[in-house]
Design a protein around this ligand. Structure first.
Ligand SMILES: *Cc1c(COP(=O)(O)O)cnc(C)c1O
Length: 396
């Protein structure tokens, strides 16, 4: 076992990146890797993006941190941009995705409490969801491997099969507060629900005064070719958690809500020492400067169409290894018929290509949103070479 002072909660691989250059990462040993993982959907502008670096450097030299006891021109500016871009009326800034989901859970509970329905505390969530690693967010996930050793869980969550509207209808009861769902599951294997499913949840919320809480930590901020993924399903949420791409690599997140849903979040009900600090606000503004416009979003969709076309053609050559391509925009999954982890490791170690595995034997393809044709070519070359040189342990 290698000796490391890091708590060994991650099965870390041998690749040790020390530098980033646009869509590539360079290891301690000087080797260059094509990064189609983006720190798991974080580095949407790639590495070493000029505008993002400049914004952080400038803000770091001006004002890095102040308390939330003071007024925040930086926070107000970014929050107003998010409000203008979305369904939301109000924003709470966090430092991570799990914290954004935690805030979303608190907003949902506090709404029902504020309208005199303290008993409506239960959020319905879905199988193979991933919402983070805090006690609240692991409790919101049905995945038992995340619970083991950490019991008891936070009460107030009920798990249903992802995509099953009939089960959702039947599960709504007197204690239901709403639904918490990723509009496209990320860790769960890039699962895209039908429009009818998400629209059905929205209708149930409207009918029973429930809240639709979307976790767009992975699917948000231009990743799927719209600013948030839910826009493609013809719904709006009441509450939304955002992070990952929102800081482009700077750790930050946000909980967005309508004025109605946030009515319980009054002075003293929530807080964060670092959330909304000027440095994070500057980083996120630089990200939005780049991605929050129709040209950029249209380019993500066009790039996606090219990449998906190439992938679909490619998997036809390996029908025994690959089943299908799924996802939206540049949130893509390649479902395999063989064990996915050894293949992801093979691509990394033998072809210097970085992807991420997910459940349901899915290779996640999450490139920076700024890739061009040359990166697609390089990706397809490495993937093809990787498939040709791979010996699966078991072929289904
Ligand atoms: C990554 C992720 C989270 C957790 O974000 P952290 O920043 O790691 O806390 C929550 N929800 C979804 C859908 C995610 O992909």
């Amino acid at each position: 076992m290698s000796v490391t002072p890091l708590m060994p909660v991650y099965p870390r691989c041998g690749f040790r990146p020390v530098r980033g250059e646009h869509c590539h990462l360079i290891g301690e040993d000087g080797r260059r890797y094509l990064d189609f993982a983006s720190g798991i959907a974080v580095n949407i502008l790639g590495h070493s993006h000029g505008g993002l670096i400049e914004a952080i450097q400038k803000q770091a030299a001006t004002l890095m941190h102040v308390s939330n006891l003071y007024g925040s021109p930086q926070g107000e500016r970014l929050a107003q941009r998010l409000v203008d871009l979305t369904f939301a009326d109000t924003v709470f800034f966090t430092n991570s995705g799990a914290e954004a989901v935690e805030c979303a859970i608190k907003v949902a509970r506090s709404y029902h409490s504020a309208v005199g329905n303290d008993h409506k505390h239960e959020l319905i969530t879905f199988t193979e969801a991933f919402h983070g690693r805090t006690m609240g967010t692991i409790s919101a996930s049905s995945q038992e491997k995340m619970h083991k050793g950490f019991l008891p869980l936070l009460p107030g969550f009920k798990y249903l099969p992802f995509g099953d509207l009939v089960a959702a209808q039947a599960a709504v009861g007197p204690n239901t507060a709403g639904f918490l769902i990723e509009p496209i599951q990320g860790e769960g294997g890039i699962k895209v629900p039908t429009d009818a499913f998400l629209q059905g949840l929205r209708a149930l919320c409207d009918e029973h005064d429930l809240l639709l809480v979307l976790d767009e930590v992975q699917s948000g901020v231009a990743r799927t070719g719209t600013f948030y993924a839910h826009e493609q399903f013809g719904i709006t949420p009441d509450i939304l958690a955002s992070a990952k791409g929102l800081g482009g690599g700077f750790p930050m997140g946000a909980c967005l809500a309508t004025e109605k849903a946030a009515r319980g979040m009054i002075a003293g009900t929530h807080g964060s020492t670092y959330g909304g600090n000027p440095l994070a606000m500057a980083a996120s503004e630089a990200v939005l400067d780049a991605v929050a416009n129709e040209d950029f979003l249209a380019n993500v969709r066009a790039t996606s169409a090219k990449l998906v076309g190439r992938l679909e053609q490619f998997i036809g050559n390996y029908p025994e290894m690959f089943e299908l391509v799924r996802g939206r925009g540049l949130l893509l999954g390649l479902k395999m018929k063989v064990e996915v982890r050894p293949f992801v490791a093979h691509l990394r170690d033998n072809h210097q290509l970085l992807t991420v595995s997910a459940v349901d034997q899915t290779v996640r393809i999450l490139p920076p949103l700024v890739i061009d044709d040359s990166h697609i070519d390089e990706f397809m070359e490495k993937l093809s070479a990787g498939a040709a040189s791979f010996t699966p342990a078991e072929v289904a």
